[in-house]
Ligand binder design. Structure first.
Ligand code: C6P
Length: 406
């Protein structure tokens, strides 16, 4: 049974007013709110078992270690990784992508190629550009059409023995477009030996992920967009690949033996987890996994798809409103502009006065904005706790903004 009111009751932050109006939080692609179970789990760690992990013989350290390793196992099951040691704790998607790009440096040489897509967030562009600068490799970009749909012919024509990395997002944060990652992975496997990286920041909160079925080499995501605290994230890597590549950072926790002559590295996953981790955050990420599983992936997807359809329908009734990638297969996001209103943040500010939180601007995807020849969009993005009444409030707010700004 999907009980929306019960779900909303679990999010204390949603009960408040902003600028004298009930908060309508539609900025979930930037970060989601956190349920009480996640907050409690974080609080419990700091009030009852705060200690460093994998280091102490004392009881608290052992309890903290057990809890964090339990969270790792929850994430393993959540994304269906084969082993828990394929799950590496990070600070988020950005760190995961930088970790991969940095650690693959030794594998790349001049003339090698990296393929990304036009739909990427800056964090899936810049680390690869930096890798190209370090190694002389070349970046290729799968183009998109007016609907935000990737042109798969380009990928097919450009995959070859020089392709070393293919890195694409599962869902575009700016447009909500769901990319055909299964097809991208199948084509890549057929035509090259490239390593495949999937940025799952915007897919993990919305639908069930199965990394084994997907057959990617890496899958990265942030905890804070899936009801967990900020500063948490996951890098999944296939065991065979993780064993071959070098660590990202050196320090405590990631060594087996350290001498001044030579240091050997710890086994997986610790080889990639130098320094004290975000123990409380990682444990609370486990609680966020529990929350999602209790609500149920199917319920989440059904509700969010209904919200998306309703939002699109309501907004398209407004004259002069354009939804970007309107006809593409999407999830979680409606990105739009009002004709004659050049600055999306003006709309965002009026909505904020009405208690409605949306994101405006380029959403860290300047190449997408350049494609549409705009500076930014207004983006409404959904989570499982959003309601149809909130969409009505958004539509009324946008109409008011239109009246005020045109
Ligand atoms: N997108 C948004 O408002 P971090 O900041 O490391 O948690 O996530 C980076 C990132 C990477 N890939 C995609 C597809 C993303 O959406 C994001 C974060 C936020 O759209 C903040 S810019």
């Amino acid at each position: 049974m999907f009980d929306l009111q019960n779900i909303r009751n679990q999010f204390p932050i949603l009960q408040q007013s902003v600028n004298g109006k009930p908060l309508v939080y539609l900025d979930n692609a930037a970060t989601s709110q956190k349920p009480i179970s996640v907050l409690d789990s974080w609080m419990k760690y700091y009030t009852e078992i705060n200690a460093n992990v994998h280091r102490g013989i004392h009881t608290l350290s052992q309890l903290a270690t057990e809890e964090m390793e339990l969270a790792r196992q929850k994430v393993q099951k959540f994304i269906n990784a084969k082993h828990d040691y394929e799950v590496i704790f990070t600070r988020g998607t950005t760190e995961g992508l930088n970790l991969i790009a940095y650690t693959l440096t030794g594998m790349m040489k001049e003339g090698d190629e990296i393929i990304i897509s036009h739909l990427e967030h800056h964090s899936n562009i810049v680390p690869w550009q930096m890798l190209c600068e370090r190694t002389g490799a070349k970046l290729k970009v799968i183009p998109m059409d007016e609907n935000g749909v990737l042109q798969m012919d380009f990928l097919r024509e450009n995959l070859n023995e020089r392709t070393k990395i293919v890195s694409v997002n599962h869902v575009s944060n700016a447009l909500g477009v769901i990319n055909p990652v299964e097809e991208i992975i199948a084509e890549t496997r057929k035509n090259s030996d490239a390593l495949i990286v999937i940025d799952g920041a915007q897919s993990v909160p919305h639908f069930k992920i199965d990394v084994q079925q997907m057959d990617c080499d890496f899958f990265v995501f942030s905890g804070h967009k899936m009801y967990a605290p900020m500063g948490t994230g996951i890098l999944y890597g296939k065991e065979s690949v993780l064993r071959k590549i070098q660590p990202f950072q050196g320090g405590g926790e990631m060594i087996a033996v350290c001498t001044f002559d030579k240091t050997t590295y710890a086994d997986l996953p610790f080889k990639f987890e130098a320094g004290t981790p975000n123990v409380g955050g990682n444990i609370a990420l486990g609680a966020a996994v529990d929350f999602i599983e209790q609500v149920g992936h199917q319920n989440i997807q059904q509700h969010e798809n209904a919200l998306l359809g309703y939002c699109q329908e309501k907004l398209l009734q407004i004259d002069g409103l354009r939804i970007y990638a309107e006809h593409a297969k999407r999830t979680g996001v409606v990105s739009f502009n009002l004709q004659g209103v050049g600055i999306s943040s003006d709309v965002g500010m009026i909505l904020d006065k009405l208690g409605i939180a949306v994101r405006t601007g380029h959403h860290c995807t300047q190449p997408i904005m350049r494609f549409f020849d705009i500076a930014g969009t207004v983006r409404a993005s959904f989570a499982v706790y959003n309601t149809f009444a909130e969409i009505d409030a958004l539509a009324e707010g946008v109409k008011k903004a239109q009246r005020m700004l045109s």
